[in-house]
Design a protein around this ligand. Structure first.
Ligand code: PMP
Length: 352
């Protein structure tokens, strides 16, 4: 730390992203990327924009917002595209939370919520999950605080129903409820349709998982016009050109190619079922995942040990050395070759 680092950030513990190694080629099942390439339309549209990189991107994201609006059956002023969904989540903390409007989220969830609260000086409370890692919705009913819930949750993979989400949203009319649907396309229900009924609901999604565009950094939020206006105030006060030209065009391309996205999601769901069956055969237990990852533990082996052994064999998975989940591995559902490599490696580790 330099002696110039601001007092307000000295105690900040940054988010630790999953490893993105450059030295060895791993079977990479640690950051829930898609095993499939981006849509050809996305690549084609991005390449056209690459030739215009001397010009700034459109700060209003007009065409992308129109396409998102059409896709989700909302109007263009009810959506906001951002640099990954991480950015819109941070914007939501900045826009709606402060000393008098603290944030709550589950104690086991996406690790960035805590960091966004910390960096923005927002008081927060972490609500303990039930022993089976499910969310008890009663903990959030009429709580009178701003609520951030990943649905499905990460890294547990477990989803709440839209009915349960609606109960939370309806019971907290004077607070914002942010539903982070990063993994929703792999079998959970989206609550986007509720945004016309509840002015306190913001839904966020990403192009990083089901739409094979993690490297392009594109996310978005959907909420009522007034919420989107507030988020725009934050955007225009930090980085008006937050979505670059190539990403914006690629985003339109993949939305036009929805059959491709749906086909890939269905393959991942089938691969997840196969992976679960095989993990069960090897003695693993896991939560009920509605995502593109499986959260699994083996009763006889420590999570850290398995993570390390897999890494030595060239397979990267995610291990969180934190309380309550250190026995678990979060394994991205890859394509059939990746799954085969993972299973062969696990079999040889368990035989040793
Ligand atoms: N929410 C959850 C629950 C996630 O796991 C992630 C990905 N790490 C994100 C949001 C952010 O994804 P991105 O910024 O790539 O859209």
């Amino acid at each position: 730390m330099s002696r110039f680092f601001s007092e307000k950030y000295k105690k900040l513990v940054p988010y630790t992203p999953g490893e993105q190694p450059r030295d060895v080629v791993y079977t990479k099942l640690n950051t829930n990327e898609s095993p499939f390439p981006p849509s050809e339309k996305a690549i084609k549209y991005a390449a056209i924009e690459a030739e215009k990189l001397q010009l700034y991107s459109d700060p209003t994201c007009k065409f992308l917002h129109q396409k998102l609006a059409e896709t989700f059956d909302v109007s263009a002023d009810e959506v906001l595209a951002t640099n990954g969904s991480d950015e819109i989540l941070n914007f939501a903390f900045m826009a709606f939370c402060d000393k008098n409007n603290p944030a709550v989220f589950p104690n086991i969830t996406y690790g960035f919520y805590k960091v966004f609260a910390e960096i923005n000086g927002i008081p927060y409370e972490e609500i303990t999950l039930k022993d089976d890692f499910t969310i008890d919705i009663n903990d959030y009913i009429g709580i009178g605080k701003n609520i951030f819930i990943a649905n499905p949750n990460a890294p547990t993979g477990i989803a709440l129903s839209v009915t349960d989400i609606e109960k939370i949203v309806a019971s907290n009319p004077d607070n914002i409820v942010v539903i982070d649907e990063a993994y929703v396309d792999f079998g959970a229900e989206s609550c986007v349709s509720l945004i016309h009924k509840y002015e306190n609901l913001l839904v966020t999604q990403t192009f990083s998982k089901s739409r094979s565009m993690a490297g392009a950094r594109l996310g978005f939020g959907i909420g009522c016009k007034a919420l989107i206006q507030d988020l725009n105030t934050i955007k225009y006060s930090t980085n008006p050109y937050n979505v670059n030209r190539m990403t914006m065009a690629a985003g339109i391309g993949v939305l036009e190619d929805d059959d491709y996205t749906k086909k890939n999601c269905n393959i991942i769901i089938e691969n997840r079922k196969y992976l679960e069956k095989e993990l069960e055969r090897l003695g693993f237990v896991f939560t009920e995942s509605k995502t593109n990852f499986v959260f699994a533990k083996h009763p006889s082996y420590d999570g850290g040990f398995l993570y390390q052994k897999l890494k030595e064999k060239g397979v990267l998975v995610r291990h969180f050395a934190t309380d309550k989940i250190s026995d678990y591995l979060r394994i991205t559902v890859g394509d059939s070759n990746q799954i085969k490599t993972l299973l062969t490696s696990l079999e040889s580790i368990l035989e040793d």
